[in-house]
Design a protein around this ligand. Structure first.
Ligand code: SF4
Length: 311
C-alpha cells in the first residue's frame, strides 16, 4: 500500500501557491487535479495550461457529469408531477428542458431545477469535491492506497476556515484505506501566496489585475457587488451566458422561475423577475439597491467551502 498526494487546484493564488509548495517538497505519487465547473473564465483555463508548462507539473482535469440524474429526473417528472397537481403544460415544459448540455454547472442546475445559493451551496461539493473524489481519490483508495488531500485553504479567509487544523482524517473506506486532509498553507496570508509565485518566477492569474478579488466561477453565486460590476463591464459575454442559463434552468424548474442570484426573502413572485440583468443594473449604482444586500459587498471570503476548492 502506498501513499498518494492529490492536490486540488483552482487557478487562484492560494492553490497555485500550494502547487508551488508541492513542487519544492516533491511528495511521492503527487497528482494535481483541476475540477472544471464549466463556469470558469477562459483566462483561468489558459492560466492552468501556462502553469503546467511553466512548472513542468501535469494538471489532470476532471468534471462532474449529471446526465444520469437529469434523465432520472425527467422520468420522475413524467411519472409523478401530475399526481402532485402540476399542470400538464408545466410538465411538458420541464420534460423538454431536462436535457443535459455537457456543461457541469448548467447541468447541475437543470437537474436541481435551481441555481445554488449561499444557503443551499451545493455547487462546490457537486462540481469540485465529488468529481475529484470519484475520479481520482476513491479509485486509489479502492485499490488499497492512502490518499493525502492537499487543500489550499487559509485560516484568515473565514471563521469556518480559521477553525480547521493542518491535518485530519477525512474518511476511511471498507478496505481500511484512509484519506487525510492536509492544509499546509493554513497559516499563510494572501501576500505569502503571491510571494510564493514570485519566488518561483510564476505569474499569477491575470484576472486579479482585472478587478477580480478572487478567482473561481465567473461569476460566483456569492460574488461581490463590485466584482459583478467589473464582470459586466469587462466580460459582458459572461453575463450573456448566465442570461441563457437562467432561461434554461427556468424551463426545467417546477414553477417556471429560476434566477442565478437567489431571492433574499423567499418571495417567489418577486424572485422570478430578478434576473442577472437586474443585478447588473443594481451593481452600477453607487448606493441603494438595499434589497440586494445579500450579495457580499465587503472583502470577505466568497465560498464557505472548507475544502479550498473555491477561492
Ligand atoms: S466558486 Fe462560487 S459558484 Fe463556483 S462552485 Fe464555488 S461557491 Fe459555487
Amino acid at each position: 500500500m502506498s501513499e498518494h498526494n492529490i492536490l486540488s487546484i483552482s487557478g487562484g493564488k492560494d492553490s497555485t501557491a500550494l502547487l508551488l509548495l508541492a513542487r519544492e517538497r516533491q511528495p511521492e505519487n503527487m497528482q494535481a487535479v483541476f475540477a472544471d465547473t464549466g463556469n470558469e473564465h477562459p483566462q483561468t483555463y489558459d492560466y492552468l495550461h501556462y502553469l503546467e508548462q511553466a512548472t513542468g507539473m501535469q494538471i489532470r482535469w476532471v468534471k462532474g457529469d449529471f446526465s444520469a440524474q437529469i434523465t432520472k429526473k425527467r422520468e420522475y417528472v413524467l411519472a409523478h408531477w401530475a399526481d402532485k397537481g402540476v399542470p400538464q403544460t408545466a410538465i411538458d415544459r420541464a420534460a423538454a428542458a431536462l436535457v443535459p448540455s455537457g456543461i457541469p454547472f448548467l447541468d447541475l442546475c437543470i437537474w436541481k431545477g435551481r441555481f445554488p445559493s449561499a444557503k443551499a451551496a451545493f455547487c462546490s461539493e457537486e462540481l469540485k469535491r465529488n468529481p475529484i473524489q470519484r475520479k481520482v481519490q476513491f479509485p486509489l483508495m479502492d485499490t488499497g492506497h492512502d490518499v493525502i488531500s492537499w487543500q489550499g485553504v487559509r485560516a484568515d479567509e473565514s471563521l469556518r476556515r480559521s477553525l480547521l487544523i493542518e491535518n485530519d482524517l477525512a474518511l476511511t473506506n471498507n478496505n481500511g484505506a484512509e484519506m487525510w486532509n492536509y492544509r499546509p498553507i493554513l497559516k499563510w496570508t494572501a501576500q505569502d501566496c503571491f510571494d510564493m509565485h514570485k519566488k518561483h518566477g510564476i505569474k499569477h492569474n491575470p484576472l486579479y489585475e482585472q478587478g477580480m478579488g478572487r478567482v473561481g466561477c465567473m461569476p460566483c453565486i456569492n460574488c461581490r457587488k463590485d466584482e459583478l460590476l467589473e464582470i459586466s463591464k469587462r466580460f459582458p459575454e459572461e453575463i450573456d451566458r448566465i442570461r441563457q442559463w437562467e432561461l434554461a434552468v427556468k424551463e426545467a424548474s417546477k414553477r417556471g422561475a429560476s434566477t442565478f442570484f437567489a431571492a433574499p426573502s423567499g418571495d417567489s413572485a418577486w424572485s422570478a423577475t430578478q434576473t442577472i440583468d437586474v443585478f447588473v443594473e443594481w451593481a452600477q449604482t453607487s448606493r441603494g439597491g438595499k434589497q440586494f444586500d445579500f450579495i457580499r459587498m465587503d472583502d470577505g471570503p466568497l465560498c464557505s467551502s472548507i475544502y479550498g476548492l473555491c477561492e
